[in-house]
Design a protein around this ligand. Structure first.
Ligand code: SAM
Ligand code: SF4
Length: 336
């Protein structure tokens, strides 16, 4: 395990933002093909370009030694990576010793199998993506996903004692009529709900402008039935939370397009190829894989400082301007 060096522990970017949250995409592969995320015939990386689980664990050790105290595993679908349990347990050993929280974002298809392992490794909260409670619509949005599998996974998560937050991408003309029912369903299930605006990341073979739904509009509609009151809770991510009158559920809104969240961004992202992206909306990155494979962890240390200097003031997302995707990278590469 890499020991913390107090003189270099904290990571602060050029604008004085303290970087404490690392998202790791453990694979770019996925068993679904959500229309807003991937194209139907998505080309995945050859396996030798992807970091091994051991390499990911070593880099996680290094980041924790430099002051990262929250890690989220994501993808692609993190639970399709073979032996993912080994990595979760390995990173979980840092909990209480530098690492405050280890979480995961998943599509839920394999939670039945993995929920007990996650809980054993110290994971307490997970985000599960679910854009519709209608089986046909779910199959349409995910291009073939089975709703029952995800619902069974959610039951397994609850049985394992994991707190669940549902992530729902708000899509005009697709699931906008389900937002209020989803909120009430989450309330009944004891889950929180976060709504996400569709972001222009990577070509998907579909026009996102057609389905872009500003969450300002959605919030107004919900507010008419259940008054929304902003609350100060933060979970370290970009969501802004609201209490929902009459319901126990916390409603998060992720609004990269209608309300920029960059000023207090504390996050960096590592792709499954070992590229460190300082912003979801920029192409600038530092490649750790070659340094790690050629020179070991000592060669990676200086690259962290180079990465910190690259963090931009803000993302550059626009939608509906006739431009192609703001970045050619898919969300599944950098991790949601
Ligand atoms: N496969 C896992 C899942 O679906 O939860 C983890 C990876 S996925 C890329 C993480 C999150 O990003 C999901 O909640 C998904 O809905 C969201 N997402 C993917 N593409 C997006 C896009 N273009 N705009 C907004 N959210 C997106
Ligand atoms: Fe897979 Fe998640 Fe992307 Fe859907 S959003 S295709 S589940 S990576």
């Amino acid at each position: 395990m890499v020991m913390a060096d107090p003189s270099r522990t904290l990571m602060t970017d050029g604008l004085g933002r303290r970087i404490s949250y690392l998202r790791i995409s453990v694979t770019d592969r996925c068993d679904l093909r959500c229309r807003y995320c991937m194209s139907e015939r998505m080309q995945f990386l050859p396996k030798n370009q992807v970091l091994t689980l051991e390499e990911i664990a070593l880099l996680a050790d290094l980041f924790i030694a430099r002051g990262i105290d929250k890690i989220r595993l994501t993808g692609g679908e993190p639970l399709v990576r073979r032996d993912i349990g080994d990595l979760v347990r390995r990173i979980g050993r840092h909990l209480g010793q530098g690492l405050k929280e280890l979480t995961l974002t998943t599509n839920g298809t394999r939670l039945t199998e993995h929920a007990p392992m996650l809980a054993d490794a110290g994971v307490r909260r997970i985000n599960v993506s679910l854009d519709s409670l209608n089986a046909d619509r779910f199959a349409h949005v995910t291009r073939g996903g089975k709703l029952d599998q995800v619902l069974a996974g959610l039951d397994a998560a609850r049985a394992a004692g994991l707190a669940v937050k549902i992530n729902m991408v708000a899509l005009k003309g697709v699931n906008e009529d389900e937002i209020l029912p989803m909120l009430r369903w989450c309330d009944g299930q004891g889950f929180d709900l976060t709504l996400i605006e569709t972001m222009p990341l990577g070509e998907t073979g579909e026009d996102r402008t057609d389905h872009y739904l500003p969450l300002t509009q959605v919030a107004e509609r919900i507010d008419a039935d259940h008054a929304l009151t902003p609350i100060a809770d933060r979970t370290g991510g970009p969501a802004r939370y609201h209490a929902v009158d009459g319901l126990g559920v916390r409603l998060g809104l992720i609004t990269p397009l209608t309300r920029n969240f960059c000023a207090d961004c504390n996050r960096i992202r590592m792709t499954c190829e070992g590229k460190i992206f300082m912003c979801l909306g920029h192409e600038d990155h530092v490649d750790f894989k070659a340094a790690l494979r050629d020179g070991g962890l000592d060669a990676v240390q200086p690259l962290i400082d180079r990465a910190l200097r690259l963090k931009p003031a803000a993302h550059d997302f626009r939608i509906g301007t006739g431009e192609r995707a703001a970045t050619q990278r898919h969300m599944s590469v950098t991790g949601g």
